[in-house]
Ligand binder design. Sequence first.
Ligand code: ADP
Ligand code: MG
Length: 537
Amino acid sequence: MTESEHDIALEDTDRIKGHAALVNNVKAAVALAGAVRSTLGPKGLDKMLVGEDGTSIVTNDGVTVLETAKVEHPTAQLLISTSSSQDRAARDGTTTTVLLMAEILQNSLELVRMGLHPTVIINGYRMALEESVAELLRISKEIPDKKYEKAIISTTLAGKIESSVLTLLANSAIEAAEILSDEDGGEDLERLRVKRLQVSNGGIKDSELIHGLVLSKTRLDPQTSSFSNGGRVAIIDGGFENKKIDMDASIEVTNTGSLREFHDRSLIKIRKLVEHLTSLNIDLLIVRDGVAEDATSSLTKAGITVYRRLERQDIELLSKMTGANLIRNPLKIKDSDVGSYAKRNEKLISNIKHTTIEGSHGGGMTFVIRGSSPEVRGEVKRAFDDALGVAHRLKRHPQMLPGGGASHVHLARHLRIFASSQSGREQLAIEAYAAALEIIPRVLAENSGFDPIDTVLSLSAAQNNGGSDGSWIGLDIKLGQNANMMEAGILDPLFVAKHAITGATESAINVLRIDDVLWAKQDAQTPDWQNESENED
Ligand code: ADP
Ligand code: MG
């Protein structure tokens, strides 16, 4: 194809090329980053997000703001997905990621204007990233004890939730993570093993972590016991009824004779099912769907307590906690599918009877979230999710870094020295990258009412003169002064910082690689179905 043929093929698209494409993309990223900038840090402000249906949430959480935003620009969408990926992988550091990515891009524009080719800039950024990750690892410290673990979780929660519940959330998250610490499972283990149950009654301070799965229901037959010190449990991933009989019913039930016959046959099948369960020697039966009415009394006679109509997530958690397999057809349950539990009891939560089941195989817990309004409970839930996610990951990656902008200021200082050792033009890219990292202390200062430029200058000097632990000097926002972050207890997990800087750099590089943006024009022929049908009427 010749150049002109290309142009013909692309006649239905809008096209932005080269420098203009980059400027356009960077503008989109910077504009979106501006939307979360003021939420960074413990003094960050909240955003109120109002949906089309009038529902609203108030949040301080960067990723929540972005995921709710309606944006069409592809670069803006890339920025949002970078922040979502940070949320999935690390559960924290989402605002940091977005600010870093936008600032790296912003600084790239300068480099391009100076005549640096994007390939050189990308090379420089790659070198800077590699050096930064190694340096973060070098200055990081092993978490010495529980006290510091708590300080890290409290730093995560700072500004996200009122301080009166901060300790409660941090302690609950650490306790839950401890229980899950030697369990196998993927990244989402903590979400699957800790149920969040929202209860409208009470204040947020009454929220609590309960060992075991809490169900907002009671047993099917009140005649059975409400308490048990453990036993054998089977889980049916469906209904405890005979579907085939239901189908026959519509055909056969034409007179009272066949109705009785149908009823008898149904009873026989149910009896068979109950006999089968009795032979498995279980005393607790969990049914995802309904239970045939005729079955209730026979199950009670067989000494089996039943809970029915459970959420899928609940039966999956129960399966993990008890070792029982989820089986669709009750007749197919084998001895090896039966699990065991340690305790079951019923108690009032918010004046409603709830059942708690504790497993004897794997850890499973319920965090009962109380609060007067759904908005308040939503914010507590998001804060607890972050705290638990970080606490859980800390068990696997127990290294920490100084917060309060200290690690970013340190990296910037370190990279400037590293840059000067490079003879190529990459040196300029590394310097621009170093300057971009300072966006974190700058915005932390800005959001707390301090001067951003003075803050970074004074931090740099303090680190430089601070001796061997100089790199741990950061900005203590509450005191409004520089401090050793270890002593101040302002600590970030290494995995959060590492993932944030890596994700931000890689996404910025992806944007820099683009030198041509083709926008498909809206197809004028697209029929407007709604109007058409109205016209027909
Ligand atoms: P993110 O979404 O990136 O986690 P946050 O709003 O949670 O954004 O802010 C996290 C930043 O706030 C981290 O850099 C952390 O070190 C910093 N931070 C938290 N508490 C303090 C504090 N008391 N003083 C200074 N910085 C703090
Ligand atoms: Mg955070």
